[in-house]
Design a protein around this ligand. Sequence first.
Ligand SMILES: [Zn+2]
Length: 68
Amino acid sequence: MSDNVMYDSPTEFLHEAANSGDLCVAQSVRPNDDGTYAVSCSCGRWTASAPTMEEGLRLARVHTGSQR
Ligand SMILES: [Zn+2]
């Protein structure tokens, strides 16, 4: 049993990603073994690491340009 996935609606992200090709429509934030978070995008050309999941999500929004 895996309890790695604690955040809201990851399946929606993954559903979007499945149809997105190389577009920046979905980002994921996954915990690493060392306590940081790995951030990746559905475009497949962008990854980042963040100290917290919140920061990872912020970086993802910056990447997609959706942050106001
Ligand atoms: Zn992207």
